[in-house]
Design a protein around this ligand. Structure first.
Ligand code: MN
Length: 237
């Protein structure tokens, strides 16, 4: 069980759960050099194998490109690793149920214990504050740094009209948070619809959210997801 194998598994798990599709990416900070991170070459996450992983410095420059194409939005990862030394894994996705909460004036709130981290608050990154009429993509370190500032010390942030970014101290937790962020958005939308206009929804309190921080490692689920995610990966010759 290596970190590379975990990163391959993370790509496939997130694709299986519909959190990423042909787009979106997951990275992990290098174990023995905190100024570098690993992410796939530009490739649909469900197809990623260990051979596709590339190493980058925190300016998101490749260490050894060898002609491989790279994700345009890799700056998201590098700039967050610069500002959050405790973060060891980053996901960028276009998680469908999350998108509406980036474009309405009602914030995401924690509906249940699995997504307690939502109770830390979910900032919304507005690229229009920096660039009018952009294509919404994080194409350089300038935009990546601005997104990292919006994220602040939180577990996740929404990107208006685009997607989300999720961070954690490990791959299992960043994968768990990404899956349960999508779930929270879906359930919150259902609850708001059932409650009707002006109806009350009984969310987790800030105290309940805080009580769960550090207790949820998603490890039991991770073992299952990982085994499923790697079942179609051919063993190395
Ligand atoms: Mn994107």
């Amino acid at each position: 069980m290596s970190l590379f194998e975990d990163l391959v598994a993370a790509n496939r798990i997130l694709a299986e759960h519909g959190v990423i599709d042909g787009y979106g990416h997951v990275s992990v900070r290098c174990e023995n050099n905190p100024d570098r991170y690993w992410i796939s070459r530009s490739l649909a996450p469900e197809l990623v194998t260990e051979e596709d992983l590339m190493e980058f410095d925190l300016d998101s420059k490749p260490i050894d490109q060898r002609g491989r194409t790279m994700y345009t939005e890799r700056y998201i990862h590098g700039e967050i690793y610069k500002t959050r030394p405790e973060v060891r894994a980053v996901v960028h996705n276009h998680s469908p149920s999350v998108i509406p909460f980036g474009i309405i004036d009602q914030p995401m709130k924690p509906v249940y214990h699995m997504s307690h981290f939502v109770g830390m608050g979910v900032p919304i990154f507005e690229i229009r504050d920096l660039v009018p009429d952009s294509d919404l993509l994080i194409r350089d370190t300038y935009l990546g740094a601005a997104l990292a500032r919006s994220l602040g010390g939180k577990a996740c942030a929404l990107m208006r009209g685009h997607g989300a970014v999720v961070v954690a101290e490990s791959l299992p937790v960043v994968v768990g948070r990404s899956i349960y962020l999508e779930m929270n958005a879906k359930l919150q939308a259902q609850a708001m619809t059932l409650a009707g206009p002006g109806g009350a929804v009984n969310y987790l309190t800030p105290g309940e959210s805080a009580a769960s921080v550090g207790t949820q490692d998603y490890l039991r689920a991770w073992q299952l997801w990982r085994a499923r995610g790697l079942r179609d990966v051919k063993p190395k010759a």
